[in-house]
Design a protein around this ligand. Structure first.
Ligand code: SAM
Length: 425
């Protein structure tokens, strides 16, 4: 176990993990039923896929159907036209589109998605600095490497000074948004999070602060917001209640998670949500429900990435989600909600070495370099093979910017607020 750190202002640098965290930990290798699934699941990465990779170099122009793919009413080709015109599809239509996707259709969808993105944001890519502040978690999500039952997980907590130093390093690299993410760690109380947000806002008034710290009561979200937090990321994970129950312990509620998202919106946050692609038991119908839920939520940001198994979870032998399907869904999301911000996520880049550029070519417009100090980075071990070095790291932001500019993107030093209007009750 790595050393744990307290906030300097508390004057106790030796605070360890909550005893409860260790006491509650079970044996990750026992006691977990495989997810119930009566419907066929989507193809795993590496399995024969109906979808070939989109070109990393963006192709423009030819939106014509391939000669062998003649459009019929309600066929996938017609559905992409309908999606572009209406910015919505029914659950049945989403299911048909996802199941019927082909390489040619994906290429056309990506071209449409890029055009939709460029109309709202131009060819701008926004960077956010990600600080993974704690690997301790009281939750036991079945897919996650830092779930409390994983006794082999390396646990750490960052102190306030360390967090501020990360922001300083990111600021020097031109980053103007800091995303503070972590497990649901009871040691990070409401007051500590308020102090953290306030300190960052005081030191960096021109920067946005994004929290990604799980489910909290309304009053806590309100306190974080009052302290200066601008944005909150909370993936709904899956919009289908039965599927949610297959991925989480009974103590976690999909209704509560969704209620948190609407709470955050009412408090005036820029809200991000999203889901994993290819999580165990997931079907095209589940994904259709995810897309319909996101349409209703209309979030400022949507993060999706492939599920990747972790060796110390019950899902260790499940196949990873497909990069191709993730990219296809990024294109769908962009056409459905053109004004939302969509990252090409670390998970996408972890299953596909070209994931970052392919994500942008499919309609994404955000990247999140990792600001977590090197001594902790490997311990924020959500899934096997999580990309944490190379262009993922803050130490290589200048190189990342060069690569993006060479590909024709602009990378401003800016907060990069969402073009989605903020709704307030
Ligand atoms: N505790 C916060 C929360 O619940 O939102 C933030 C931290 S949580 C670890 C961040 C995200 O990691 C989750 O929303 C989940 O989608 C993703 N994640 C966890 N395990 C994963 C896995 N095995 N594969 C892909 N993504 C995973």
């Amino acid at each position: 176990m790595l050393a744990a750190f307290s906030f300097e202002r508390e004057g106790d640098a030796s605070v360890g993990l909550e005893p409860g965290l260790a006491q509650h930990a079970g044996n990750a290798s026992t006691g977990f039923a495989a997810p119930a699934s009566s419907t066929p699941t989507l193809p795993p990465a590496g399995a024969a896929s109906t979808c070939s990779p989109p070109a990393v170099v963006e192709r423009r122009g030819d939106l014509d159907h391939a000669p062998h793919e003649t459009p019929h009413d309600a066929d996938p080709w017609r559905l992409t036209e309908k999606l572009q015109a209406d910015q919505a599809l029914s659950e049945d239509e989403w299911t048909t589109l996802i199941e019927g996707r082909t390489p040619n259709l994906a290429d056309r969808l990506f071209a449409q998605a890029r055009a939709a993105r460029d109309e709202v944001y131009g060819r701008t890519v926004y960077l956010r600095g990600l600080v993974e502040i704690t690997s301790c978690c009281k939750n036991d999500c079945l897919y996650c490497g830092i779930r409390k039952s994983n006794r082999q997980a390396q646990r750490y907590r960052m102190g306030l000074d360390e967090i501020l130093a990360c922001c300083e390093q990111g600021y020097a690299q031109g980053l103007r948004t800091f995303v503070l993410q972590g497990g649901e760690d009871p040691w990070f109380t409401q007051d500590k999070i308020v102090a953290m947000v306030r300190s960052i806002r005081e030191e960096r008034p021109d920067c946005a602060v994004t929290l990604s710290l799980g489910e909290w009561p309304h009053d806590a979200y309100a306190a974080f917001r009052a302290a200066g937090a601008d944005r909150f990321l909370l993936r709904h994970e899956t919009a289908d209640d039965d599927h949610y129950a297959a991925l989480h312990p009974a103590s976690m509620s999909p209704k509560r998670r969704k209620a948190c998202l609407f709470d955050l919106q009412r408090l005036g946050y820029q809200v991000g949500s999203g889901f994993m692609v290819g999580s165990p038991g997931q079907t095209a119908r589940h994904l259709a429900r995810d897309l319909a839920f996101l349409k209703k939520l209309n979030p400022h940001m949507i993060g999706i990435g492939p599920f990747v198994p972790h060796r110390h979870t019950a899902f260790r032998d499940e196949p990873a989600g497909s990069a191709d399907l993730t990219l296809f869904l990024i294109g769908c999301l962009r056409l459905m909600l053109p004004r939302t911000l969509i990252p090409a996520t670390t998970a996408l880049n972890s299953v596909d070495a070209q994931g970052r550029m392919r994500g942008l070519a499919a309609g994404a417009n955000v990247l999140m370099p990792n600001l977590t100090p090197p001594q902790y980075r490997d311990s924020y071990d959500l899934y096997d093979g999580k990309a944490a070095s190379g262009l993922e790291g803050v130490e290589n932001v200048a190189r990342l910017k060069r690569q993006l500019e060479e590909a024709g993107y602009q990378v401003p030093s800016a907060r990069g607020d969402s073009a989605v209007e903020t709704e307030r009750a």
